[in-house]
Design a protein around this ligand. Structure first.
Ligand SMILES: Nc1ncnc2c1ncn2[C@@H]1O[C@H](COP(=O)(O)OP(=O)(O)O)[C@@H](O)[C@H]1O
Ligand SMILES: [Mg+2]
Length: 346
């Protein structure tokens, strides 16, 4: 049925009713008196039209006050839920509107349930990953302590060594817990971004110097722009340092011996684009879409061996998203990897 407005429907119905009553009168007069009094027919038509209009309008007000109440309840219910709503366009009469609202409401519920199901899967996966990650260092520590208790403590050859190994495992647990804490703060939105103007070229130089030992250990050269120009951005200094450190450390960890990591800055309109490129292992295409997921690692054993938690890139992505920015990766297996992200120019 077309979306006639209610007024039109009422009007047409009243005319129909009046017409039926008048027609019956005409038929009656014709058969009873053999003649028709048109004046009377006109009066009856008009009065029955007005009466039906009033009656129908009254019923309509009664019904639609209830319908409106229902419509408002559904609407309020929808606007109170904080999740993205399926937009509803109101056209036509109240019945149609109510129908649209209820359908949209059902859609909302469906989306919400899907979202909750996904969260549930993620929660289970996350818990499984966390316990798995923590298990290894804990079992190691247990092994060292038991050996020490079993007489190792008195054995000058191993007692210090085992304690040092246990210490390394504890360090590993602290790294995992620090990363987990960062992830959970970033995901619950607890973490406030405190932006300020700073020179990211100077920061990159600083980070490279801090990682110099690790790099030279593998014969990797960390290269910065030769002009040494200042590049000012407006961002959270502490968090951006975390991003740079994560990406530069990754380029060393997954870089090849005697390779090179290049850090470069490009003007990108309102933004500065920062590129960290290496000529290391590279990443196969099929891994790229999942690279920024928590705990995702291309080569699990290699990453663990390198002291990685698989949370670094997830943290990096969160930090940049909190800045309203993005990160991209391009990589060719065996050739190298380029990570690039943007920050607001200052
Ligand atoms: N520059 C890179 N070259 C090759 N692979 C990389 C590079 N950066 C990251 N990766 C891959 O992405 C995975 C996820 O990185 P990340 O989240 O930092 O975790 P982690 O370094 O703790 O393993 C790494 O395990 C590694 O397999
Ligand atoms: Mg990392």
């Amino acid at each position: 049925m077309k979306n006639y407005s209610l007024k039109t429907v009422l009007f047409i119905l009243s005319i129909l009713l009046a017409a039926i009553i008048s027609a019956s009168l005409v038929i009656y007069m014709q058969s009873a008196f053999g003649q028709i009094k048109w004046k009377l027919v006109a009066v009856v038509f008009l009065s029955s039209f007005v009466t039906s209009l009033l009656l129908l309008a009254f019923i309509n007000v009664l019904i639609f006050s209830k319908l409106n109440l229902l419509l408002n309840t559904v609407k309020n219910y929808r606007t109170q839920s904080d999740k993205a709503l399926v937009p509803v366009s109101h056209k036509g009469n109240e019945l149609n509107n109510l129908n649209c609202e209820i359908l949209a409401w059902a859609d909302d519920r469906k989306n919400e349930i899907e979202r909750l199901k996904k969260l549930e899967v993620y929660r289970k996966e996350f818990l499984g990953n966390v316990s798995h990650e923590l298990k290894t260092p804990i079992f190691n520590i247990q092994g060292y302590v038991l050996t020490l208790l079993d007489g190792g403590l008195e054995d000058e050859n191993i007692n210090r060594d085992y304690l040092m190994r246990a210490e390394r495992s504890i360090d590993r647990m602290i790294t995992i817990i620090d990363d987990l804490e960062a992830i959970s703060q970033l995901e619950t939105g607890e973490l406030q971004i405190e932006s300020e103007r700073f020179d990211i070229a100077a920061m990159a130089k600083d980070v490279c110097e801090a990682q110099e030992m690790k790099a030279t250990g593998k014969g990797i050269i960390l290269s910065l722009p030769e002009d040494g120009k200042q590049v000012f951005v407006f961002a959270d200094r502490f968090r951006v340092r975390q991003v740079l450190t994560n990406l530069i450390v990754n380029s060393i960890k997954y870089g090849k011996e005697y390779g090179e990591t290049r850090v470069r800055f490009y003007d990108a309109g309102d933004n500065i684009s920062i590129e960290i490129a290496d000529n290391g292992l590279g990443i196969a295409k099929e891994h790229l879409p999942r690279l920024f997921e928590r705990f995702y690692r291309v080569d699990k054993s290699r990453s663990r061996e390198m002291g990685g938690t698989g949370l670094g890139l997830a943290i990096v992505k969160h930090i940049l998203e909190a800045h309203g920015q993005n990160i991209n990766v391009m990589s060719t297996e065996g050739v190298g990897t380029v990570f690039s992200f943007t920050l607001k120019k200052a």
